[in-house]
Write a protein that binds this ligand. Structure first.
Ligand code: PEP
Length: 259
């Protein structure tokens, strides 16, 4: 299976930055084989980026960074899955920055996951603990319960069949934007525990097939350590995703590793 690389541009690039990024990424990503790349520009530049991506190739897809769960209505400033359904293939849901600054809770996140699935958009459900779950052999029960809750409540109401269209991003909050990534060993251990929850809720097979990505201070220098782990289906990249050269390098490395 190809590794999946998601580039979350967050609220970084201006219109002209987005144009420059789009043309450099277009050139470097067009010819890669063996990785799926999903680019999530700020919503305001989504159409601009897509329209400027001249030759559409199936391994490069586009995502929104957020949605509102209702389809249409008096929701000033919001964008819905219904409005985005012909524009993006994926949406990032429940990013820790939204949980923190917009106070998104698991109920709202669950509604957003369901809105995506209703309109055949794949949600990338982000979950992650604020302080380390594992310390050697010890598990911080509080942190683990919070993480398990995000996973269970975020997926509440998602059927086994629908789970096939869900991606999960494990993003420990303490590792995001800190230049202090989790180790691959730590990540694999937490992902295995997350799969145990999924196995109980769905089935062993479903738990093994749902793609779980890692995100948190990934760079070109450390990405292969994560990519070589079969448990880790790919990477969600924030800060570095707006550095065209480094992001392309990560995608090239991913395409060589495969899954
Ligand atoms: C993110 O925004 O999800 C993220 C992982 O950011 P960074 O790569 O900058 O840590």
């Amino acid at each position: 299976m190809d590794k999946i690389i998601v580039g979350n541009w967050k609220m970084y690039p201006t219109l002209s930055d987005s144009s420059v990024l789009t043309s450099s990424l277009h050139n470097s990503l067009e010819t890669i084989h063996g990785a799926e790349v999903i680019i999530a520009p700020p919503t305001v530049w989504l159409m601009h980026v897509i329209e400027n991506w001249k030759h559409r190739v199936s391994h490069v897809k586009f995502a929104a960074q957020n949605i509102w769960p209702d389809d249409q209505g008096a929701f000033t400033g919001e964008t819905s899955a219904y409005l985005l359904k012909d524009i993006v293939s994926h949406v990032i849901i429940g990013h820790s920055e939204r949980r923190r600054y917009q106070l998104e809770d698991n109920d709202l996140i669950r509604e957003k996951v369901q809105a995506c699935l209703k309109w055949h958009i794949k949600p990338i459900l982000c979950v992650g603990e604020t302080k380390k779950v594992l310390n050697g052999d010890k598990v911080d029960t509080h942190q683990w319960e919070k993480l398990a809750e995000q996973l269970e409540e975020g997926l509440s109401g998602v059927s086994k069949a629908a789970l096939e269209n869900v991606l999960i991003a494990y993003e420990p909050v303490w590792a995001i934007g800190t230049q202090n990534p989790a180790t691959p060993e730590y990540t694999v251990e937490v992902i295995k525990r997350m799969r145990e929850i999924l196995a109980k809720k769905y089935s062993q097979e479903a738990a093994e097939t749902v793609p779980i990505l890692y995100g948190g201070s990934v760079s070109a220098g450390n990405c292969s350590d994560f990519l070589r782990e079969t448990e880790i289906a790919g990477l969600l990249i924030g800060g570095v995703s707006v550095k065209a050269k480094e992001f392309s390098e990560i995608c090239q490395i991913a395409s060589r590793v495969g899954r």
